[in-house]
Design a protein around this ligand. Sequence first.
Ligand code: AMP
Ligand code: MN
Ligand code: MN
Ligand code: MN
Length: 276
Amino acid sequence: MPNVDLHCHSTASDGLLPPAEVARRAAANGVEMLALTDHDDIAGLPAAREAAKACGMAFVSGVEISIEWEGTQIHVVGLNFDPDNAALNAGLAEIRSGRIDRARRMAAELEKVGIGNAFDGAMRYAENPNLISRAHFARYLVEAGVCKDVRSVFEAYLVPGRPGYVDHRWAGPAESVGWILGAGGVTDDTHTARYRISNGAMRRFLAEFRDLGGQAIEVVSGSHSLDDVGTFGRLAREYGFMASRGSDFHGPKESYVDLGMLGYLPDGLKPVWSVF
Ligand code: AMP
Ligand code: MN
Ligand code: MN
Ligand code: MN
């Protein structure tokens, strides 16, 4: 089975390395096919594609779209689409547009619990200000000594019910799947085990996603345990999804799993890359 990594981030969203460096690091790690999947933005694709080509590594376009389903933030990855598609670009621009305003509201909430200067602090970490994300706030909270690492930030802050969390209007599942299908791509539900929803709700989401035209789920993921790999392998078979594999790499010191350093897909699943 080839070493394929179809989920990772660069400085075009909340990753720590520039797009070309992500591609070079992937190739150095033995990745044979890479997709860069920045949140809600595809500005990093040309540089990553060029660097991948120079390394002789196959490259497919990717994006991780933030959507909302029944009040939960879910991430859907689009793969192998036409990056020049107008409707996709307009849709992504629309979800990006509210992020700066949301960041100001997050900073105001943090101020209330005595954490000052968070807007400017987080912005310093955002190379692409339009993509200011909770990950940038988390880095600032670590820098400010509020938490010891990014993971602890997401236990105490920035999540529903905790200081610094604010609601935001993301795309809907139908819209986001529609943008990717319209641009000739494949959609893939990512790190499903991470969502804070019940099993029943997760199954309803998977059925809805499939009925909208979602074709794949991430079975092997940087945030899936071995148990999760088994569970989502079975769910892929049950729902007729193809299977994807992605590290969700954000940066060398921040991510547990480096590019391409993942287990392989369980037997008997159709890899999503078989249709690229
Ligand atoms: P946003 O798109 O602004 O809501 O930020 C979401 C980002 O925060 C994700 O893409 C991750 O990079 C990061 N994140 C969310 N939850 C966690 C977590 N539990 N541990 C580490 N990073 C997280
Ligand atoms: Mn992220
Ligand atoms: Mn995600
Ligand atoms: Mn991701």
